[in-house]
Design a protein around this ligand. Structure first.
Ligand SMILES: *[C@@H]1O[C@H](CO)[C@@H](O)[C@H](O)[C@H]1NC(C)=O
Ligand SMILES: *[C@@H]1O[C@H](CO)[C@@H](O)[C@H](O)[C@H]1NC(C)=O
Ligand SMILES: *[C@@H]1O[C@H](CO)[C@@H](O)[C@H](O)[C@H]1NC(C)=O
Length: 263
């Protein structure tokens, strides 16, 4: 092996060292007063993560430690899940209709609060992440990069859109309470709301009275197709992220999150 070849081999190795380890971590914490069933779905470059669907009861955290450092994919949380009379796992919101806690490659049935990741895109070392309410909302959440690199800011949809959801967008649970809120495009499927046809450009598709309801509750998110580009966050060398469901609530009893003290 000549010197040039060994140098070429060394470079990717050094890049891995610069990011700490060869894999990223996705951590999840549930501060909601109800159980959440998170789901990860890989898009594009990589295979599915080691955990694609799991239960997260109130006050508990969980980490997936083997996320490829160039992973791109989606994360969401299902709520109101139960085993139905035929033995199938079904959820009141963001169900993936697999009949199991694992989704077997299926996406969510909207509306759902959607987390989007594109880690180290094209070898850039930059992690892109955002919260997208383009199909609607089901629960509040935040994304917090665990690194200290530049731009590694938390983005959050902390408000509860369900509590202000207009009836024409509302999805109700079995007891009549609003469990999710459709985007106006999903609910009414009209060009001026979906930014299609004559409304298919950023100039012709401004925010609407409906998309503003979502943006008012969650100013940092994508509330419709041509929302402000500042809703995408870019973190240099963040590598690992914490997703917190119901970030504003203070229900914490996980000993790991708390450092073994209780409040
Ligand atoms: C990140 O937060 C800092 C400090 O609050 C702010 O100055 C900066 O503009 C933020 N960057 C992004 C991309 O939001
Ligand atoms: C309705 O059910 C939801 C869970 O699906 C629960 O959070 C809520 O408290 C219930 N509301 C009433 C009025 O019972
Ligand atoms: C939004 O505007 C449309 C058109 O003016 C109107 O029909 C609708 O009732 C409004 N909805 C809300 C929630 O303000």
């Amino acid at each position: 092996m000549d010197a040039r070849a060994s140098f070429d081999l060394l470079l990717p190795f050094l890049a891995l060292l610069a990011r700490g380890v060869g894999a990223a971590t996705l951590s999840f914490a549930n501060k909601c007063p109800y159980t959440v069933w998170p789901r990860t779905l890989t898009s594009g470059r990589n295979g599915e993560l080691s955990s694609t669907g799991f239960e997260l009861v109130t006050g508990v955290s969980f980490s997936i430690n083997d996320v490829p450092e160039t992973w791109s994919g989606l994360v969401w949380g299902r709520t109101g899940c139960t085993i139905d009379a035929s033995g199938k796992f079904v959820c009141a919101t963001a169900d993936c209709a697999s009949g199991e806690v694992s989704c077997n490659g299926a996406g969510p049935i909207p509306p759902n609060t959607l987390v989007e990741f594109n880690l180290a895109a094209a070898g850039s070392g930059q992690d892109f992440y955002d919260i997208n309410l383009g199909y609607g909302f089901n629960l509040p959440l935040s994304i917090t990069p665990q690194g200290s690199g530049s731009g590694c800011n938390t983005t959050s949809c902390a408000g509860n859109v369900n509590s202000v959801c207009p009836s024409e967008l509302a999805v109700k649970g079995s007891n009549g309470s609003v469990v999710a809120c459709k985007s106006v495009c999903l609910a009414l499927n009209q060009p001026q709301y979906c930014c299609t046809g004559a409304y298919g450009t950023v100039e012709t598709c401004p925010p609407t009275n409906y998309s503003k309801i979502f943006k008012d509750q969650c100013p940092q998110v994508y509330s419709y197709a041509y929302d402000d580009k500042s809703s995408t966050f870019i973190c240099a060398g963040g590598a690992s992220f914490l997703i917190t469901f119901c970030p504003l609530l203070d229900i914490i009893c996980d000993p790991i999150l708390l450092g073994y003290s209780f409040k």
